[in-house]
Ligand binder design. Structure first.
Ligand code: UGA
Length: 442
């Protein structure tokens, strides 16, 4: 099928490359000419394992092309995905300016049947607004009074892929959700995903939009539950890892997303939880449960800082080593990374920061001032007064901990992800502090 994807950011790019991989002819559109030039040359502007290789492959056999023109890309396509950003406004609402602009441009270029599919995470009822925008912007020749003479459909097809494992998530989805209002739209979307043989969930558009917000909010709720639990564990002297394991074997609960730590970050959960709270509020329901999910999340980094202050005693003048800056491993993404607030607070208190990250250093240079970047954890640890593990990169797992400890002024390690729970760091010479591991801290 000929497919256009408008927006070559994270979701658009991965979707475009993967749709080419399963046999479609795809044009990815972006309004940034520099980005399009780089993509045409096979250069991917983000770090996502495996993405650049696949992109190069399908550029070469011409199943994948890039363009700055919505008009030319959508003319050749039957299905047009909208995958532009939906950032947060100051009040937490999703800003749908880009979505509206793209819908208008698609409408102006339409001359035959098109299926317009929203892939961006949007509040419920956005599909209806896209439909209306298209109707009122169609060329005059397709309008007779109030009647539209050109057939088109709008559908919702939310994306559930995670940064760092995006290709695998796309190729092996737990489910593909499609929100449609016509048989024709359903048929086209089924055809697009047929090679993946996925579990299809077919709903109306509003429900599909809500599935995405509800899923992200529920996952955020699980994380905040684990984080709240970690507080109780510290108080009563229990181990949050054991409690999560014991809970997780219950199939109704599951172990995933019960990892306590320094809180969730990234470009999705914080923004989507905010947007869902706002959406509920506007519809007349105050989603207090989600407000508390957000509060618990924000408190995690705070209490991590209090732990560091407590154990370090004086922060001013100390050298603090940071392992990991990205909001999660296998990505260079620094958006809403918990490392930002933690590092900035420690700097404000007068600490000197040394840090390393396998991929996120370039992006973090736009955020932090006065950090000494090092090539690896050993260079970070040298002469430090403590180490913080903030992102659980595989590269940091099996280190020579005795060597690390020996090179430090004070061998104290604060593990913000309970990443080293299975290592005997005390034996290596460290004073070790995890999250919610009450038994160990006492
Ligand atoms: C998330 C969802 O998992 C995807 O399904 C969704 O498609 C995506 O948002 C989106 O809306 O685009 P992502 O933000 O890439 O994906 O990353 P996650 O793996 O979900 O992690 C989010 C944050 O939660 C990270 O900061 C991670 O460290 C944290 N986390 C995750 C925890 O603190 N504890 C956990 O148990 C799991």
């Amino acid at each position: 099928m000929n497919i256009a994807i408008v927006g070559s950011g994270y979701v658009g790019l991965v979707t475009g490359v993967c749709l080419a991989h399963i046999g479609h002819n795809v044009t990815c559109v972006d309004n940034n000419p520099d980005k399009v030039k780089k993509l045409k040359a096979g250069k991917v502007p983000i770090y996502e394992p495996g993405l650049e290789e696949l992109l190069k492959k399908y550029l070469k056999n011409k199943r994948l092309t890039f363009s700055t023109s919505i008009k030319s890309a959508s003319k050749a396509a039957t299905a047009i995905f909208i995958a532009v950003g939906t950032p947060s406004k100051k009040n937490g609402d999703a800003d749908l300016t880009y979505v509206e602009n793209v819908a208008r441009e698609i409408a102006l270029a339409m001359d035959s049947y098109k299926l317009i599919i929203e892939k961006s995470t949007v509040p419920a009822a956005t599909g209806k607004r896209i439909e209306r925008t298209i109707k009122i912007n169609l060329p005059k020749k397709f309008r007779k009074g109030n009647k539209i003479t050109l057939d088109f459909d709008v559908a919702s097809n939310p994306e559930f892929l995670r940064e760092g494992s995006a290709l695998d998530d796309f190729m092996n989805p737990d489910r593909v959700v499609i929100g449609v209002e016509s048989k024709k739209a359903e048929k086209i979307l089924r055809e697009i995903y047929r090679p993946l043989k996925p579990k299809m969930v077919v709903t109306d558009i509003n429900s599909a939009e809500l599935i995405k917000h509800a899923s992200n909010s529920f996952l955020a709720t699980k994380i905040s539950f684990a984080n709240a639990l970690s507080k109780v564990c510290d108080h009563v002297g229990a181990d949050v890892l054991k409690v999560a394991e014991g809970m997780g074997y219950d199939k109704r609960i599951g172990r995933a997303f019960l990892n306590a730590g320094i809180g969730y970050g990234g470009s999705c959960f914080p923004k989507d939880v905010d947007a869902f709270i706002r959406l509920s509020e506007k519809s007349g329901y105050s989603f207090d449960l989600l407000k508390e999910v957000r509060n618990v999340n924000e408190a995690q980094a705070e209490s991590f800082l209090r732990l560091i202050e407590d154990k370090l005693w004086i922060v001013k003048g100390k050298t603090i080593g940071v392992l990991g800056l990205a909001f999660k491993p296998d990505t260079d993404d620094m958006r809403n990374a918990p490392s930002i607030g933690i590092i900035q607070a420690l700097q404000q208190e007068g600490a000197k920061i040394k840090a390393c990250d396998p991929e996120a250093v370039a992006n973090s240079k736009h955020i932090f001032k006065d950090i000494t970047y090092c090539k690896d954890p050993y260079a970070v640890a040298k002469n430090c007064d403590c180490l913080l593990l903030l992102t659980e990169w595989n590269e940091f797992k099996d280190l020579n901990f005795s060597k690390l400890a020996a090179s430090m002024n004070q061998a104290i390690l604060f593990d913000g992800r309970n990443f080293y729970h299975d290592k005997n760091l005390e034996e290596a010479g460290f004073e070790y502090h995890g999250i919610g591991r009450g038994l160990k801290i006492r």
